[in-house]
Design a protein around this ligand. Sequence first.
Ligand code: AMP
Length: 289
Amino acid sequence: MAAPPRVFHEPAQLRAEIRRVQADGKRVGLVPTMGALHPGHLSLVAESQKSCDLTVVTIFVNPTQFAPGEDFAKYPRTLDADLELLSEFAPVWALVPEVDAMYPPGSTTEVKAPEIALPLEGIFRPIHFDGVATIVLKLFQVAPADAAFFGQKDYQQVRVIEEMVRDLIVPIEIVRCPIVREADGLAMSSRNRYLSPEEREIALSISRSLHDAVRQIESGEVNARLLRDEIEQALRGAGVGEIDYVSVACPRTLKSVETIEGDVVILVAAKVGTTRLIDNVLVSFPVSQ
Ligand code: AMP
């Protein structure tokens, strides 16, 4: 039955309440988000509900993962609509903290993200994953859940979190969830709302070209360089402006491969107009022939 989520603003209060629920033998799931919720986020909530008695969704636009000049100030903030969407998933609790609650005044401690953060996004957004790792570790402290749910949409991010949790021995299970796409293939993203109708059409070339590459791999193509070139050509042909990277990489290390001999992930980051979009596809062997 639909019921509005219980909203917390104070981390300490949330932590105490979660401990109380866990003391009753219940399992708690955590879904960290920056809000502007869409069906991609909601799929994480639904996945949490499959195995957890209570789901905690955090809504916090984390300043430390944005570099100067990125879209922190204009990032969409739609709290009322977000809470309304979450009410379909009761029981859900929402943490909506102020910046000072997550970064107590005077704090200077931060997490240095693991090495997996260095390629790809790390080259174009050098401080991004330190900010992500720092806030996610803080959220794990504030919401000491049994499991946390992350989307494969941000493939490198989920690898960063997995490695951080392993390295820092954080007692939480990390669950990866598949990418939710629009009917025409566009990966859902809070940033899609920046796109004009013309830009949205151009943006479609990202998922299309990834899909075409998968089809080629399924038909036996093993030349990663050729696939990369074809994706880049398709993006340029469609009018994508800046391509930050197209990478055919090992899903574990994110090192690019020349010959496809096993599972690969193909990752793209590109700007359509002023909007930077990312997408990826995981190809697991044996591929369907
Ligand atoms: P964000 O609000 O962009 O920080 O995303 C919060 C979580 O939702 C992250 O774990 C994302 O990977 C996940 N997410 C965002 N978009 C999608 C999508 N289209 N499909 C699945 N998960 C997503």
